[in-house]
Design a protein around this ligand. Sequence first.
Ligand SMILES: Nc1ncnc2c1ncn2[C@@H]1O[C@H](COP(=O)(O)OP(=O)(O)OP(=O)(O)O)[C@@H](O)[C@H]1O
Ligand SMILES: [Mg+2]
Length: 251
Amino acid sequence: MAKTDIRLNAQEEAKYMLQTESVLKYYKQYDAVITAVNRASIKVEPGEFVAIIGASGSGKSTFLHICAGLDTCNSGHVYIHGNDITEMKPDELSRFRGMRMGFVFQKHNLIPQFTALENILIPTMMCNKPDFSYQENLRRLVETLGLRERLHHLPSELSGGQQQRVAIARALINMPDILFADEPTGNLDRDNADEVLKLLLKLREEIGQTLIMVTHDLSIAEHADRIFKMDNGVLSLHRDYLKGGKKTTDY
Ligand SMILES: Nc1ncnc2c1ncn2[C@@H]1O[C@H](COP(=O)(O)OP(=O)(O)OP(=O)(O)O)[C@@H](O)[C@H]1O
Ligand SMILES: [Mg+2]
């Protein structure tokens, strides 16, 4: 299927930190077609915290990967602050991602031969950032995420929760405008999950970071400005979500 030619006007595009237009992703397997994401559209304002919930296999990770330009879609558009990342060349996209976006993967994706510290610093090297520009942020992330004693260990020498905290530090080291986090608290106990949430909410307050988080943890999701639900590839506002005692009805 050809990519749609529908373009938004520039002003409308730039108003949102993230805007997706009818994103479609399917996989063909023999005669069967699996529609992982079925024309998903969302508009997220700068500084907003959006949570995405939904059953296993409903398309949450696929959608998040497409939003961050880590996967391609069959049709539709994804705009990050007005920039259509679905139209970018690979080099341009990877530079843009390094400067503007952070991603916490569901399965960590740490490089096994690199220590925790080297893994955390990968995004700074990709953007040629000078040491002084991230030292203060590194110190804070290492303290908040309780990684000081583990910085020189390889991922194989870390617990699942420690690996997850390293992956979170790596996603935040460049202070991205928008953070995509796929079950970032999935491997953490209650106390650590709450600490991570506190850090993300603080960053949001300090630098106005936009946060798009997939989570199955409703006690985390309820801190979001809006909760969306993915159901068989279809994304919609979670209508049962109560905010301030009122049912939300906006889309
Ligand atoms: N490379 C692939 N080839 C074929 N099907 C795929 C591929 N990747 C994902 N899928 C299918 O797409 C659907 C969505 O998968 P996805 O990983 O996005 O789900 P999810 O909501 O993140 O699930 P979970 O909560 O278990 O992480 C699933 O049915 C999955 O089997
Ligand atoms: Mg997933």
